[in-house]
Design a protein around this ligand. Structure first.
Ligand code: AMP
Ligand code: ZN
Length: 529
């Protein structure tokens, strides 16, 4: 290689690395997210430079995790992954609710969901918790979500919750009645005008007159909108602890206030959860934190929208529901066949986390095609070799613009459907480059390399998709790759010894499995047809 050509190549490589590095550094400063508390998009500025504290309400582990829960946790997984990609050091806390969540989301007078399950199945409450927590973890792994950094359990933080109740009492925001402790919503409304109801957009008068006449203990409250933060338990109650007020258990909302404060501090960056948690759960969390330390817990509140099925809210009670395993196996009247976990993850990516997502068989079939097209294009792209030379022409410019656009869409409140659409605009260029309709002469090698990095980064690191053929839904890592290498080697040896019968037999057998071998200068590669 002549010196000039070498210098040019080095320059292009350096530009490429600088580009990738600078892109994410610059992107970090232009992230915008929708804050449910202000009801608008806001520039994201972390409280501590370079660090993000994020708390997401986790599952109540009294039954198998359903697909709606999975959607919410996949949405926050992508947000977590993108923050990491932007270079933030993230502390992601997602709790396990294993006490205090009462039937019908009541705050007093109803049975604890976990205790009820334990009573019905004659199990220890912790057996119920362990069983469904294990199932939840397995499912999170199947969907390839990253584990949180801390996964605190409510029962492991009773002391912190008692201390918080005491602080709220000390500051005059709660009162004791017959051994239970209630939060005084009227005082909060009076002291902090406009805050109670802000997150859920409820009118304060409606909120204050809301009553649950069907429940016991309502008469203990000074006002119908007050809610229990410590509940006295009768002796038949399976989970109860000593406290200064009674033998009892903490209110459901309290655990998240106590555990987010413990692990992320009194004021942290992001609090997330499903939109159905805005009221009463998150409104009450804000009230409790204010009562305990005169502080607002999170700077940004993010809420994922609900999963629907055939246009209606997915709900167990009217049979409009599907469990993840039914979706994978196809064993449900709602679908015509099974869909793999990565197809389902891709399907979730196709809608914005703040939009409802309607699960239909047609939409899943379209997602399956889209997923395959994207993964195959990535395989083709990673195998493309630039012949050298080339000019930064129109093609080069449009590819660079699209590469930037993918990040820009993600920076606009984590807009995964639009980011995917940009990747698909690139897919058509990749396929045309491979097919010869577009020419490498209009593209410099550095741009091709940047395109490869962009695809790998977004598909695997940010969107968390896995190549099913390689990973397998059973999570067997590079096993398929290893076996394919072996098969390709055997075919090479057969060809080298002119054993055409064996080499043809291998090729035909692979074709039956829809695996195509391509012989090139760099050796033999394979792909799924
Ligand atoms: P739970 O186990 O009921 O406490 O819920 C765990 C998480 O799943 C919460 O963040 C809920 O908001 C969320 N969730 C529950 N149902 C749905 C649904 N149909 N679609 C999306 N998220 C949901
Ligand atoms: Zn919570």
């Amino acid at each position: 290689m002549k010196l000039d050509a070498f210098t040019l190549l080095m320059k292009q490589h350096l530009q490429h690395f600088a580009g990738v590095f600078l892109n994410f550094a610059a992107m970090k400063n232009s992230l915008v997210l929708y804050n449910s508390l202000s009801g608008q998009k806001e520039p994201f500025e972390s409280i501590v430079e370079g660090r993000v504290g994020m708390y997401v309400c986790g599952p109540t582990v009294y039954s198998d995790v359903h697909l709606g829960n999975c959607r919410t946790f996949v949405s926050f997984d992508i947000i977590y992954r993108y923050l990491l990609k932007l270079g933030y050091k993230v502390r992601y806390v997602r709790n396990i609710t294993d006490v205090g969540h009462l039937e019908g989301d009541a705050d007093t007078g109803a049975e604890d969901k976990i205790s009820k399950k334990a009573r019905l199945e004659q199990l220890e409450p912790m057996e119920v918790v362990q069983q469904y927590m294990n199932g939840f973890h397995d499912m999170m792994q199947v969907f390839n979500t990253l584990p949180p950094n801390i996964e605190p359990r409510a029962t492991g933080h009773i002391i912190e919750q008692i201390e918080m109740v005491q602080a709220i009492l000390d500051h005059g925001y709660a009162y004791i009645q017959n051994g239970s402790v209630y939060f005084d919503t009227l005082k909060f409304v009076k002291d902090k005008e406009g805050l109670y109801g802000k997150l859920s957009g409820r009118k304060i008068d409606d909120l204050l007159s809301e009553t649950r006449d069907d429940l016991k203990n309502q008469d203990e409250k000074r006002h119908p909108s007050d809610f229990a933060i410590w509940i006295k338990a009768d002796p038949s109650h399976l989970m109860r602890w000593n406290s200064p007020w009674s033998v009892g258990f903490p209110g459901w909302h309290l655990e998240c206030s106590a555990m987010s404060t413990k692990y992320l501090g009194e004021h942290f960056d992001i609090h997330g959860g499903g939109a159905d948690l805005k009221f009463p759960h998150h409104e009450n969390e804000i009230a409790q934190n204010y009562g305990a330390c005169n502080c607002t817990p999170a700077k940004y509140w993010l809420h994922g929208n609900m999963l629907l099925m055939n246009g209606k809210k997915m709900s167990k009670s009217d049979g409009n529901t599907i469990m993840p395993n039914q979706l994978f196996s196809g064993d449900s009247p709602h679908i015509s066949k099974g869909y793999s976990p990565m197809v389902v993850r891709f399907f979730m990516l196709q809608s914005h986390y703040r939009s409802t997502l309607d699960l239909t068989d047609d939409a899943l079939q379209a997602a399956e095609k889209g997923y395959q097209r994207l993964m195959e294009a990535n395989k083709v792209l990673q195998a493309l070799q630039h012949p050298g030379g080339g000019q930064a022409g129109e093609l080069d410019r449009s590819i660079r613009e699209l590469i930037d656009a993918v990040s820009a869409e993600m920076n606009d409140d984590f807009n995964t459907p639009k980011a995917l659409a940009r990747l698909f605009e690139l897919v058509s260029r990749i396929n045309s480059l491979q097919g010869g309709q577009l020419s490498f002469a209009d593209l410099i090698p550095a741009t091709l390399e940047e395109l490869k990095t962009t695809f790998r980064t977004f598909i695997y690191d940010v969107f968390g998709l896995q190549d099913e053929l390689e990973a397998g839904s059973n999570g067997q890592g590079g096993l398929v790759d290893g076996l394919m290498e072996l098969v390709i080697d055997m075919r090479q040896q057969a060809r080298a010894s002119k054993d055409w019968a064996t080499s043809d037999k291998i090729r035909d057998a692979l074709q039956e499995l829809h695996i195509v071998l391509k012989d090139g200068k760099e050796g033999t590669s394979w792909s799924k047809s």
